[in-house]
Ligand binder design. Structure first.
Ligand SMILES: NC(=O)c1ccc[n+]([C@@H]2O[C@H](COP(=O)([O-])OP(=O)(O)OC[C@H]3O[C@@H](n4cnc5c(N)ncnc54)[C@H](OP(=O)(O)O)[C@@H]3O)[C@@H](O)[C@H]2O)c1
Length: 324
């Protein structure tokens, strides 16, 4: 599948990238969502992603206080990745911090990711102590200093995204991306103005949790008892439970029917739908804790859904949302 540019930047990425929150090693505020990977697992996941054609990786400071960044950097080196052949997106954590922290903490981010550069630096959440213009101005300083290549935001509303876009434009820098939750069971971008604003401004939307944290693979529908093994954080955040399983049963059934017709899995159909339904302005970063999952994620770029299939998934996903 053709690469896509992130906003108006020169960064070209595959429509599917790899999310690496899963490399947090159980540490920090949200690291406990996922089981800790054992020695060599993150290396195997990254190697599988690269070998299957994925050319970019998303991480963040908050994912295990730098654990994910360090594991990603180490895995890229172990895989013999060639400089310039892949892209790294990471994020600054704004909670209880001012914009001045962006310039102060960049060396730590670069050190965690060493020897690899930061291609896209994102403001993780819209709740810093400083204004949006002050934050993106600090980001623009990093671009000018050659410490990062492009600027993105995450979890920003349409209004905050517009403010970030205009403030960066004053510095001659495009706002590349806004990373938000998007999947067949979360289509809020259609209602909250983000889809419309991102198209108008030329900002790429990066879909996080595109598998609804594994729900859309259908594995919890097949084995509802396996929900008990999932962390409480993930169950609450991802809404993984009996009610959601019932609500999404028809949708997951249709994912299975479409998957069988293409000789792929339900997860692959769910990802393919996200990167195609709204066109080239949406790319996705599924997470993986096993190499097979990274390979499957890349495989989601290898087939085409027919218009009738896109439409039936569209209808059932709306019905699942309506019965919430
Ligand atoms: N900006 C933000 O605020 C934000 C928020 C959330 C996530 N993110 C980013 O987005 C990435 C992805 O989101 P996410 O991790 O929340 O959710 P996700 O991608 O929807 O789900 C990932 C999980 O789904 C399961 N899975 C993946 N492939 C599978 C397959 N082929 N078959 C069955 N199960 C499969 C795995 O669960 P198991 O590990 O249990 O097998 C995997 O850990 C994160 O890694 C992170 O980089 C960003």
């Amino acid at each position: 599948m053709k690469k896509r540019r992130l906003g108006a930047t020169d960064l070209e990425v595959t429509p599917i990238g790899l999310g690496t929150w899963q490399f947090s090693n159980g540490t920090g505020l949200i690291g406990g969502f996922w089981r800790s990977l054992v020695e060599g697992e993150s290396e195997a996941v990254v190697k599988a992603a690269l070998e299957s054609g994925i050319n970019w990786f998303d991480t963040a400071e908050i994912y295990g206080k730098g654990n994910s960044e360090r594991a990603l950097a180490k895995a890229l080196s172990a895989a013999g990745a060639k400089p310039g052949s892949f892209r790294i997106a990471t994020k600054w954590w704004p909670l209880l911090r001012r914009a001045s922290n962006i310039g102060k903490s960049i060396e730590e981010r670069l050190s965690c990711l060493s020897p690899w550069p930061i291609d896209l630096y994102q403001i993780h959440q819209p709740f810093s102590l400083s204004s949006v213009p002050a934050q993106v101005d600090a980001m623009a300083d990093l671009v000018a200093a050659g410490k990062i290549r492009a600027v993105g935001v995450s979890n920003f509303s349409a209004r905050s995204m517009e403010v970030a876009h205009s403030a960066l434009a004053r510095r001659g820098i495009p706002l590349a991306t806004n990373q938000v939750r998007i999947s067949l069971v979360d289509r809020s971008v259609e209602r909250n103005g983000l889809l419309e604003a991102s198209r108008r401004l030329g900002v790429t939307l990066i879909a996080y949790s595109p598998l609804a944290q594994g729900l859309l693979s259908g594995r919890f529908h097949e084995e509802p008892e396996s929900v008990a093994a999932v962390s409480t954080g993930r169950r609450v955040y991802g809404g993984i439970g009996d009610k959601t399983i019932r609500r999404t049963a028809a949708l997951v059934g249709e994912l299975g029917r479409v998957a069988a017709a293409h000789g792929v899995s339900r997860s692959q159909v769910a990802l393919n739908w996200v990167i195609n339904f709204w066109g080239e302005g949406v790319v996705a970063i599924p997470g993986a804790s096993r190499p097979e999952q990274a390979k499957a994620a890349a495989g989601a770029m290898g087939f085409e859904l027919e218009s009738g299939e896109l439409a039936s998934l569209d209808r059932l996903s709306r019905e699942a949302a309506a019965s919430k």
